[in-house]
Design a protein around this ligand. Structure first.
Ligand SMILES: NC(=O)c1ccc[n+]([C@@H]2O[C@H](COP(=O)([O-])OP(=O)(O)OC[C@H]3O[C@@H](n4cnc5c(N)ncnc54)[C@H](OP(=O)(O)O)[C@@H]3O)[C@@H](O)[C@H]2O)c1
Length: 308
């Protein structure tokens, strides 16, 4: 309700989106799905220490799963694991690993097996992003995003696949909608996420006969996340956006899609990409003024929380 009221009050959203009786606030997964849906199951989630992937992990735990969350910052991971365990009563193990390091991921998977004896579900969510034009992004920065998002997802699949096969489990890859059409300043992430989408589709085809599913969730702009903080105008998150659902996304929206795709209700759904964007992709507008932002980057510097 809070979000709904604020959405309706936002002057920019009022400009771009007429208030509608059909605007639905996001709901908690427990109001829709059974609370013991994933009891006895284990989730392995890269990027689970923060933002969207933390929300996806929290939702899985609310429905009975135990979890292993992976990231580089052990302090934050440990704090998240503690908070999620206290909130849900399920076990959550923090494991420090960089997804660019195959051996570190193999050790993280081994820790999951040592602790819980199985891995049923994997979320490949670790990612990095920033705004930069092709002419300005360094070769090293471009490569780093590919290494974290695309190769990191591949490393995660490699480290977990024997265990996911054993449990006839399922993968969700957290991608984006940026690469469906060209998004200025997002070449690195667009290339990386296109690779993630392709990886998931091939995984679905190769592993389907082994009982493993693989799908992609492509979030649109999700409010209150680090990704959003880095990419959107600081003072008005919704400026320039037209979203048929009438509001920005919420972590709960992605969490609910996660519960559905990992559940048996999605048993016949694999190799698919599910945008969770309130329909925004069909009305895509540039979030920075175009071509002004390209011709004169300094003119938009104040709008965004990044280095151009
Ligand atoms: N926010 C949005 O609106 C939005 C929109 C579309 C797609 N997405 C996607 O949603 C996912 C989550 O994004 P978010 O906005 O919630 O951002 P976030 O909080 O920054 O999440 C990124 C996570 O990835 C981890 N990570 C980064 N590099 C890593 C590495 N090398 N090894 C291991 N872990 C690493 C980070 O933890 P450490 O720093 O501890 O390593 C962090 O927990 C990403 O895949 C992003 O591309 C987000």
């Amino acid at each position: 309700m809070w979000l709904l009221l604020n959405t309706l009050r936002s002057p920019t959203l009022m400009t771009h989106m007429a208030p509608s009786a059909h605007i639905q606030p996001s709901v908690d997964s427990t109001s829709v799905f059974k609370s013991d849906l994933f009891r006895g199951k284990v989730l392995f989630c890269t990027g689970g220490g923060s933002g969207i992937c933390r929300g996806m992990t929290a939702a899985m735990m609310k429905h009975g799963a135990d979890a292993v969350i992976v990231g580089r910052k052990l302090d934050r991971l440990s704090q998240t694991a503690k908070e999620l365990s206290e909130a849900t009563g399920r076990a959550c193990i923090p494991v420090q690993a960089d997804v660019r390091q195959p051996q570190a991921l193999r050790e993280a998977a081994a820790k999951a097996i040592e602790t819980f004896g199985r891995i049923d579900f994997v979320i490949c969510g670790a990612a990095g992003n920033f705004l930069a034009p092709i002419s300005g992004v360094s070769e090293n920065a471009f490569r780093t995003v590919i290494e974290i998002d695309t190769i990191g997802s591949y490393n995660t699949i490699k480290a977990t696949l024997p265990h996911v096969r054993a449990s006839r489990g399922s993968y969700i890859h957290v991608s984006a909608t940026l690469h469906y059409r060209a998004t200025p300043y997002q070449a690195h992430v667009s290339a990386a996420k296109a690779g993630v989408d392709a990886l998931s589709a091939v995984l679905a085809v190769e592993e389907g006969p082994h009982g493993v599913r693989s799908n992609v969730i492509a979030p649109g702009p999700i409010d209150g996340t680090e990704g959003m903080d880095r990419l959107r105008p600081k003072d008005n998150r919704s400026s320039g956006l037209s979203i048929p659902a009438g509001r920005l996304g919420d972590v709960n929206d992605v969490a609910n899609a996660t519960i559905f795709l990992f559940s048996d209700a999605a048993a016949f759904i694999t190799g698919q990409v599910l945008p969770v964007d309130g329909g925004a992709e069909h009305l895509r507008t540039q979030f920075l003024p175009y071509p002004q932002a390209v011709l004169d980057p300094a003119s938009v510097k104040g709008m965004i929380n990044t280095k151009l």
